[in-house]
Each structure stands twice: as structure tokens, then as C-alpha cells.
Design a protein around this ligand. Structure first.
Ligand code: NCD
Length: 332
């Protein structure tokens, strides 16, 4: 993103670099819209800062790195983890948050456009976290914004901060990413988490298996672009044939809200359920991940299996988002 903009009367003004902030970060003042903006060095930076954040939280709970900074959390779709982990992240860094998670009570209900809502909220805050049901909405918001926009899910499009916390979790749990076989299971058509995660994994040497009902297959455009990157991918309808070779089993929820035809949803809901019996055929060192919420895809009896990594994954979300805020708002 361009840090300079033309001000009133053609004057050139600095948009994102207020006096006294560090200017050397590659992330400083940048929007986070898609995983395609990251390279391996970026990921290493984010993960290193996330580990520091975890250590600081364990030691002191919160600290004043972003004192005085205000974050807006603008959510047009339901959220528990993404929204509250961003709140926790900014507050643990000493900043504060404007929380709009029920747009029915904002001027959106009066018909205000996304660009106008963004223009308003950016004048009160230093960055905006946006979740919106339309693909491309975060990019649209960023094109009207002078402050960083963080995409927290644009419909079935992308969910870049989730992909970052997912890869951070794989790295922390498995000790490496290269060489792993990662099996994605469930709704690969509408699931934005798997869209971002599979794209970001092209930076590594991994094998991807896709297991889904036919109507919920990974979009072919995405499969083609991953193939161009040289990532080996295989598609299945059943988990059984690929489970024994799997190192990371990434389970997703069937995205009920994206179906135009509810009868179709009924057809595919509950296709796959992970139980302790399923895991009997899995590697002892495999991990089970899920972005959550789960609605029956993983039985609760799995929770006590050491391979169940989804709650650790969820906790990692806060450290990774603390790292991102610290890097984007400039004082990491
Ligand atoms: C996911 C999402 O919103 O895309 N949840 C999350 O952010 N952890 C997954 C989902 O809703 O199924």
C-alpha cells in the first residue's frame, strides 16, 4: 500500500507514518487482505513476534506496546474467536477497541455503504478489522481507506489471519512444515479458512489431500493456481484411504449460511464425523485442527486425545493477532 497520498490542494501528506513511529517494518501501515501478500520471511517474522507475545502474556499478562492506539472491530457476520481474540490482542497491548458486532444497531441498518462506514470508523481509530459476507469486501474497504484494513473473513473468499495462526500452530505442534501431508476435510468449496491456508502452504514443501462431498470440492481455479505453484494435491470422497499418511488433519464446518438451497445443505451435513474410533487409524503424532466453531464434525470425546490441537490452535490466534497488530501499528 502506498504510504503517501495527495492531500488537500495537491499537497503530499504522509498517511500512515505519524511522527515518532518506527518506519522500518515491512508491515507498518499495511492492510492485511490476502495471504498472497506474504512470503516465508514475513511468516518467520510474524511467528517470532507471536512467540514473544506468548512469552510476555505468560509473564506479565499485558503491556503498553500499543498504548493509545484504537482498533475498530467491524463485524457484519457472527464471530466468537476472531472478534474476541482481536479485542484481547489490542487490550493486552495497552490499546483499546471500538466494537461493532451488530451492524443492525449501526447506520448500516439505515443503508449506509461500506465505504462510508469505513471512512467514518477510520477517522476514530488506527486500524479496522473487517468481517463481511461478500468476497472482495476487504479489498473494497481498503481502496477507500487511509488506515490499515485487516480482513477477518470476506464471505467465502479469504481469512488470512486464520491461515497465519493455522501455520503457526502446525509449526509449533510439529516442529516443521516442510515434508508434511496435510488433509483438509469438509466444506472446501465455501470454507474461506481452507482457501487461505492452502494458498499460504504453497510457500512450503507440503502434500495436500482434499476430502469432501463432490458438491463441496475445492474450487477448481484454486486447485489450478496451487498446481502452478507445484504443490501436489489429491482429491478424495472418503477420509479412510488418506488418514494413515496424514500428519495434519484440518477439519472444517459445512458453511450452512452460504448455501442457496437448504435441501442441499441437509444432504451433506454430517458427512464426516471424527471420533476416537476414526483416530485409531491415524499416526500417533498426527494433529487434528479445526478453525471452530464445530457443529458435530469432531465428537467431544476427541478433545482429550493429545492429538486434538484445535483448542491450542484457538489460543495461538491471540498471539498471532497480537503480533500482527504490533507489526502493523508499528512498534514491534
Ligand atoms: C471460521 C470462519 O469464520 O471462517 N471461523 C473462524 O474464524 N475461526 C470457520 C467457520 O465459521 O466455520
Amino acid at each position: 500500500m502506498n504510504a503517501m497520498a495527495s492531500g488537500p490542494g495537491g499537497r503530499t501528506v504522509s498517511r500512515h507514518l505519524p511522527f515518532g513511529e518506527k518506519r522500518d517494518s515491512r508491515f507498518y501501515g499495511q492492510s492485511i487482505l490476502s495471504v498472497s501478500q506474504f512470503d516465508q520471511v514475513d511468516l518467520a517474522t510474524i511467528f517470532e513476534v507471536a512467540r514473544e507475545m506468548r512469552a510476555m502474556v505468560e509473564r506479565v499478562g499485558s503491556f503498553d506496546l500499543l498504548k493509545g492506539k484504537v482498533l475498530t472491530n467491524l463485524f457484519y457476520e457472527p464471530s466468537t474467536r476472531t472478534s474476541s481474540s482481536f479485542v484481547a490482542a489490542i487490550e493486552r497491548l495497552g490499546g483499546s477497541v471500538i466494537q461493532i458486532n451488530n451492524v443492525r444497531f449501526s447506520s448500516v441498518a439505515k443503508g449506509e455503504s461500506l465505504p462510508d462506514t469505513i471512512r467514518t470508523l477510520e477517522s476514530y481509530s488506527d486500524a479496522i478489522v473487517l468481517r463481511h459476507p461478500e468476497k472482495g469486501s476487504a479489498a473494497l474497504a481498503a481502496s477507500h481507506a487511509t488506515k490499515p484494513i485487516i480482513n477477518a473473513g470476506d464471505g467465502p473468499g479469504e481469512h488470512p489471519t486464520q491461515a497465519l495462526l493455522d501455520i503457526f500452530t502446525i509449526r509449533e505442534e510439529m516442529g516443521r512444515i516442510d515434508g508434511l501431508t496435510i488433509t483438509m476435510l469438509g466444506d472446501l468449496k465455501y470454507g474461506r479458512t481452507v482457501h487461505s491456508l492452502s494458498r499460504l502452504l504453497t510457500l512450503y514443501d507440503v502434500r495436500l489431500n482434499y476430502v469432501s462431498p463432490k458438491i463441496l470440492s475445492m474450487p477448481s481455479s484454486l486447485v489450478e493456481s496451487l498446481a502452478k505453484e507445484g504443490t501436489p494435491q489429491n482429491e478424495y470422497r472418503e477420509l479412510e484411504p488418506v488418514l494413515p499418511e496424514t500428519d495434519v488433519l484440518y477439519v472444517t464446518r459445512v458453511q450452512k449460511e452460504r448455501f442457496e438451497n437448504q435441501a442441499e445443505y441437509e444432504q451433506v451435513r454430517g458427512t464426516y464425523v471424527i471420533t476416537p474410533e476414526t483416530l485409531a487409524a491415524a499416526k500417533e503424532k498426527m494433529i487434528v485442527m479445526h478453525p471452530l466453531p464445530r457443529v458435530g464434525e469432531i465428537s467431544m470425546e476427541v478433545d482429550t486425545d493429545p492429538r486434538a490441537a484445535y483448542f491450542r490452535q484457538m489460543e495461538n490466534g491471540m498471539y498471532v493477532r497480537m503480533a500482527l497488530l504490533a507489526l502493523v501499528l508499528g512498534k514491534a
